[in-house]
Design a protein around this ligand. Structure first.
Ligand SMILES: CC(C)(COP(=O)(O)OP(=O)(O)OC[C@H]1O[C@@H](n2cnc3c(N)ncnc32)[C@H](O)[C@@H]1OP(=O)(O)O)[C@@H](O)C(=O)NCCC(=O)NCCS
Length: 167
């Protein structure tokens, strides 16, 4: 049941810190059963470093969105254009706001952007143990196309499914 009506916007510099803080909240609610705290800390520091996100905001090959819910940040998404498609690199919704259609609304925004980039498919990586996200992605039309271990740097790996959907 979609009882939330989030407003979706492209991320701007003023919300970078709020996105990093929300990422920490969602990661701590999601990943402790799946990866170590050291890996969570290292990946958050790497992927949400304000300077890195700021650079991505200036890069037309990257796009970030935030979803607001009265008026707090409820979720965000990040997509990256690649050679033949687009990678949905991040999709996170606050634990208290999950399962209200916010993830679906963010994915629709990503799909629209990817189509405008002439991408033919959208793909992503998801931890093989992240059943909730895998179910959500299946609901959004993605299918598992591969499963493998990815080196994420600093001596850490992710045991992921690769999922894909045609646009
Ligand atoms: C995965 C995620 C982004 C989905 O966003 P969401 O706003 O909660 O999802 P939606 O409301 O769009 O629901 C889509 C579908 O996902 C599935 N789903 C979502 N949460 C679920 C849960 N707790 N249990 C089972 N299925 C669930 C359902 O099929 C749902 O459809 P339904 O409610 O009509 O049955 C969100 O749950 C999340 O942030 N999870 C933690 C972070 C994460 O794992 N991100 C993905 C990293 S790769």
């Amino acid at each position: 049941m979609n009882d939330a009506q989030p407003s979706l916007h492209r991320l701007t510099v003023v919300d970078i810190d709020a996105v990093s803080a929300l990422a920490r909240v969602v990661w701590q609610a999601t990943y402790p059963p799946l990866i170590s705290q050291a890996q969570i800390d290292a990946m958050l520091a790497d992927r949400y470093a304000p300077a890195r996100v700021r650079e991505q905001l200036d890069d037309p090959g990257h796009a970030w969105w935030v979803a607001r819910q009265d008026p707090a940040l409820a979720g965000f998404a990040h997509a990256i254009r690649d050679e033949t498609g687009c990678k949905l690199d991040k999709l996170y919704v606050h634990p208290a706001q999950q399962r209200r259609g916010i993830g679906a609304a963010l994915v629709r925004a990503v799909e629209d952007w990817a189509r405008r980039q002439q991408a033919r498919h959208l793909w992503l990586q998801v931890n093989r143990g992240n059943t909730q996200a895998i179910r959500a992605y299946e609901k959004y039309g993605f299918q598992i196309v591969a499963s493998r271990v990815f080196d994420t740097g600093n001596g850490f790996v992710m045991d992921d499914h690769v999922m894909e959907r045609v646009l």
